[in-house]
Design a protein around this ligand. Sequence first.
Ligand code: ADP
Length: 664
Amino acid sequence: MKGDRSAEPAAWEGPAHSRATPTSRASPVELLLQVGASLHATLVVDRQGRIVWMDPVLAGAAGWRSGPPVGHSAQEVLGGLPWLLHAFDAALAGTDGLCEDGGEGQRLSAVVVPVFDEDGTQVGACARLRKSERPRPEAAGAPQALCLGAVEERRAREHLEHQTSLLRATFDSITDGVIVVDLARRITAFNKRFQEIWGLTDAMMEERDAEKALASVEPRVTAPGRFIAFIREGFEPTFEYRSSIVELRDGRVLECKSIPQLLGEAIIGRIWSYRDVTAERQALAEQARLLVAEQEARERLEESFAVLDTFLNHAPVALGFIGRDLRYLRSNDALAALHGRRREEELGKTVREMTPQMAPFVEPLMRQVLDEGTPIIGLNMTGEVPSTPGEQRHWNVSYYPVRTASGTILGVGVVVAEITAEYRAQAERDRLLREAEEAIRIRDDFMSIAAHELKTPLTPLKLHLQMLKGQADTGHGVASRHVDKALAQLARLSLLVNDLLDTSRIQAGKLELATEPIPLREFIREVLLDFRGTSSLHSLRFEAPDEPLVILGDRARLAQVLTNLVENAFKYSPTGGTIRVTARRMGTEACVSVKDEGIGIPKEEQAHLFERFFRARNAPISGFGGLGLGLYICRDIIERHGGRIWVESEVEHGSTFHFVLPCL
Ligand code: ADP
C-alpha cells in the first residue's frame, strides 16, 4: 500500500483529472482522515501515535471513559485492547497487519495499515475492525500481528479501487456542483459540475484554497456581500443545514445548500452543493407572467362584458341571445320587460316559456336562422306578450345568426323594436285621412245639396213674382195667393239661410241664448198653432202635461227646435199619419217627445243623426230635400239649455224624438 496512489480514495480528493498534476498537498491529518473515511476505519492515529479519530463504540470497548479520545495517545486509549495496540505499533513501524482477539464464540479482527503521504513519508495508521463468529483455532494463543499475505492485500486493494471508482463516477455525474471544504478552509473535494457552474479553472482548484476560490467567484454574483457572508458563516463548524439563492450577473440563478461534513459525530468540514435553477425560475416567472396576463385578460373580458351589459340594458330596443336549444343565454332589461320578467329570470329559460303566445310564430323563424345561417331582418309582427295580456302590440323584429370565429353558429341574436306607438299613430293618421276624405265628400255633397235646396224655392218664387208683375202691368189686381206662395218660398229660403247661419254660429261658438221662464204647455200649444191645416194627410195631436211645467230657456230657440222636429215628422211621413207631441215630467226634468208614423231611421245611422250635414240614406224617399243641419242645430240648442236630445226609431214604423230640459 505504501506509495500506491491508485489505492487512495479519489472521490475524497476531487476529480480524477486533478490528480494528474498533484501540486496541492493535504495536511497529514486530512490525509489520515480521507484514508480513514475511505477504509471505513474505526480508528486513525497519527505518526506520533496520537488518536486522530476513533469510533465511540470502539472507545467504549477499549474502556476509555475520559471524554473525546482525539489527541490522546493510542497507548492511553487502547489500554483495554492490547492486541490492537500491538498491531498499531507494528503498523506505525511500517508493517501492514491483521490482528484479532476474542471471547468465547465471538472474536474481533482488525486490519491495521500504515498510511503514507505522496512522498512516501508515513503519516499514521488506520484500523478497520470486524466481528467474526468463527471459533478460534486451538493453536491460537495470545493476540498477534500477522503480516498480510499478498493475495489478501490485492483483494483489499481491488475492493477499494472498485468502491473509489464508483464514488468518483457518482460524484462527477450528478447535476449539482459539489465542493467540500474542511475546517481549515481547504477544498478537500469538488466535482466537475462545480467547476462548470462557477467557471473555475483547474489551476484555481488545484490550489485547494477555499477563500481564493470564493474571491474569484465574488464578481460573478449580483449581491456579493451577502453571498460572501453566507459562505463564511458556513466555514464555522455547525450542524446547521443551510440554504440560499444566489443570483449571478449573467442571469443564472443557483440554489445553494450546505450540510456539515461529519466523521462519526465530529464536524470535519462542510459540503456545499449548487444547483442551477435558472430554467426552473424562468419557468416560474413565465408562469407568473402568464397568470398575470390571464388575470388581465379576464379583467378586460369582464370590463367588456360590463360595457356590453351597459349598452344592452340602455339600448332603446329589446335585445337577446338565444342558444341552439332555443334557451335564453342573454337578454336585456327591455326584452325581459316584454316578457314581464326580470333579466336574471330569463337565463336558461326557453322561448316558449317566456312568450307562450308568440312562440308558435317565432320558433320556426329562429330555427330557420340556425339551419340556414342567414338573417331575417325587419319583420313586422303583431301579437300579445305576457307583460300586457289582452293588448295587441306591434314590433319590428330581426334575427341574426351568431357565429364563432370559425363560423360555427352558436345561436340567434334577436333585436326587437317596439313600433306599437308608430303603428297606432299610423292607424290614427289613416283614420283621420278617411275622415278628412269623408268630410270632403260630405262637403261636396252638401254643396250640391245646398245649391239644389237654395235653388228649389227660387223657381216658384220667380214664377209667382212674374205673374204678380204681369197682373200689375195689365192693371189687374194682384192675386193674393201668388203673394202667399211667393212669401212661402221666401220663408223656405229664409229658413235654409238661417240654418246655414246658425251652423256657422255654432261652429264659432257664438250661438247665444236669451233665457226666460217658459210655461211649457202654453209654449208648445203656441208653436203647434203654426202647423194648423198644413197637411190633409196628417193629424197633429198634442198631449199636454198633467201639471204645469216651467223651464228656463230661450223662447225663440226652443221654438226653433220644436218646429224642426214637427216639420221633420211631417216631412218624413210622406204617406201621412198621426203626429203626436207630448210633454211630461221626468223627475226634475220636463220631457217633450214628437212621434210620427213615417219612414223611420236605420239603426246604424241613428247615432249620426245629430251630426252636421248628416242625412239618413232613406231620407230622399220622403221626396223632401234638406241640408242635414236641423237636428245638428237642435242638439246644440238643447245642450246649451242643459238638456239632452235623442231618437227612438224603426225603419217604416216611425220615429220618436225626445228632448229633456231641467224644470224650474
Ligand atoms: P234635413 O231634414 O234637412 O235633412 P235634419 O237635420 O232635420 O235635416 O234631419 C237629418 C236627417 O234625419 C234627415 O235627412 C233624415 O234622414 C233624418 N230624419 C229626421 N227626422 C226624421 C223623422 N222624423 N223620420 C225619419 N227620418 C228623419
